[in-house]
Design a protein around this ligand. Structure first.
Ligand SMILES: Cc1cc2nc3c(=O)[nH]c(=O)nc-3n(C[C@H](O)[C@H](O)[C@H](O)COP(=O)(O)OP(=O)(O)OC[C@H]3O[C@@H](n4cnc5c(N)ncnc54)[C@H](O)[C@@H]3O)c2cc1C
Length: 409
């Protein structure tokens, strides 16, 4: 019998788990514990509108009334320090112990720290939290040149925002193309053209070797591996994240690039689940352990666990999707496209729209689109079908996703 659910981490997944438990009719006690101060909020706008507008209220999932009405006890500004599995309890950073019948770990991820000389200088920043965003906003207002280390989603979003407010922006990407870990070459090419078109200086195969001190503890330049120096009065490091899994590991749970869970999102301890950025779950037909960093993943996994805790256990099997707004273009992705061996492409940067169907071993594994919301929505439904879409069928249908869906429905 579950009387008390403790949720550690009050971000996207943690908040959703609490809200979904109530929506599903859970009547027991819910404690939502988070180490950030204040009400839970969403992160995506932090690298987009929030950097320009700075309106914190618009980030909140819900106001304080919601927590009160739904009897969700929010313990903000408090850190989970340890899990005592034998006693089914947790220890907080203030020494208090809280008991649980079920514990949901929604601890998210933290930014990877690059071992670069100069990384600790005052105006070398990174973005994960609202507090980080406020610091960046203040620095952007007082800076004229920004170097972004890392050409992934978040680095590029910040670069675009900084450029739009008039800064001179350089992006250093260590690999040969933008967002190389997560999108296909045509999408990388599209965004290379888009960012360069808006005046961002994008350097590919550019390895930052050192952040140069101006003598007063502030950055003045970034030195590349080849010796070239780029002037900067602000540096933003955006080099990926690491899952917050150490506390689970210390409690004896299996951790390998995230807290390992089964298809029900339960750890090997039936009283502990893990969701969102911190969890590694079996994905797709092959059941390959996968860790995703997206709003959709955190929200849908939270809903899945909430339903299980009220007696409706179902394996987690949602189609992953993601979006990113950069330089006025909307990138949307459905499915997982890493490892695709064939692409079917429609559109171009010149046309201001692009759709890329990604196939692996002749089966559709994902669709990436820029400014084509219809294709994205169609792809989400296509990827949810039991029968995978084959390359032959996609080509014979002249690449019309909507028509394909009708034909297959
Ligand atoms: C700037 C930015 C932009 C993004 N843009 C997009 C986007 O456009 N689209 C998209 O799909 N996704 C985007 N994401 C990713 C998305 O926000 C995350 O995937 C999502 O928030 C994951 O939810 P989560 O609950 O797993 O983790 P989080 O939302 O990160 O929540 C985890 C919470 O746990 C807290 N915590 C960690 N350790 C402890 C502890 N020991 N005790 C207590 N609390 C702890 C953390 O401080 C945090 O508050 C973006 C992320 C960032 C940072």
């Amino acid at each position: 019998m579950i009387n008390r659910v403790l949720i550690a981490g009050s971000g996207q997944g943690g908040f959703q788990a609490a809200a979904s438990l109530r929506q599903e009719g859970f009547e027991g006690e819910i404690v939502l514990l988070g180490d950030e101060p204040g009400l839970p909020y969403q992160r995506p706008p932090l690298s987009k509108t929030y950097l320009k507008e700075g309106n914190g209220d618009r980030l909140l999932f819900r106001n304080a009334d919601f927590f009160e009405k739904n009897a969700i006890r929010l313990e903000d500004g408090r850190r989970l320090a340890a899990i005592d599995r034998m006693d089914r309890g947790i220890v907080l950073d203030d020494g208090r112990r809280l008991a649980y019948d079920h514990l949901i770990l929604a601890l998210g991820a933290r930014n990877r720290r690059l071992p670069l000389p100069g990384i600790d200088l005052a105006n070398v920043l990174n973005l994960r939290t609202l507090a980080d965003a406020d610091i960046i906003r203040a620095h952007l207002a007082a800076s004229s040149s920004l170097v972004v280390i890392g050409g992934g989603f978040i680095g590029l979003e910040i670069a675009a925002t900084a450029r739009a407010i008039g800064l001179h922006v350089t992006v250093l990407e260590a690999t040969a193309r933008l967002m190389s870990r997560v999108v296909s070459q045509p999408i990388s090419d599209y965004f290379l053209a888009a960012h360069r078109g808006s005046g961002v200086d994008i350097r590919l195969n550019a390895l930052a070797a050192r952040i140069v001190d101006d003598g007063a503890g502030r950055v003045c330049e970034v030195e590349l591996a080849g010796g070239e120096r780029i002037a900067a009065d602000l540096v933003l490091v955006s080099a990926g994240v690491l899952p917050n899994a150490e506390i689970a590991e210390a409690a004896g749970l299996y951790v390998h690039d995230g807290i390992r869970v089964n298809d029900l999102l339960a750890t090997e301890d039936a009283a502990i689940s893990a969701i969102g950025d911190c969890a590694s779950f079996p994905f797709g037909h092959d059941g390959i352990q996968t860790r995703l960093e997206s709003v959709q993943n955190a929200v849908d996994q939270a809903k899945c666990v909430a339903r299980r805790l009220v007696g409706h256990a179902e394996p987690y099997a949602k189609v992953p999707w993601f979006w990113s707004d950069q330089a006025g273009d909307k990138l949307q992705m459905a499915g997982l496209t890493a490892g695709a061996d064939h692409h079917v492409v429609r559109g171009s940067h010149a046309e201001g729209r692009l759709s890329v169907l990604c196939f692996r071993r002749e089966e559709l594994v994902g669709v990436e689109t820029v400014n084509v919301g219809g294709d994205h929505m169609a792809a989400r439904r296509l990827l949810g079908w039991e029968e995978p879409l084959t390359l032959e069928r996609a080509q014979s249908a002249a690449f019309d996703l909507a028509a394909l869906m009708k034909a297959g429905a």
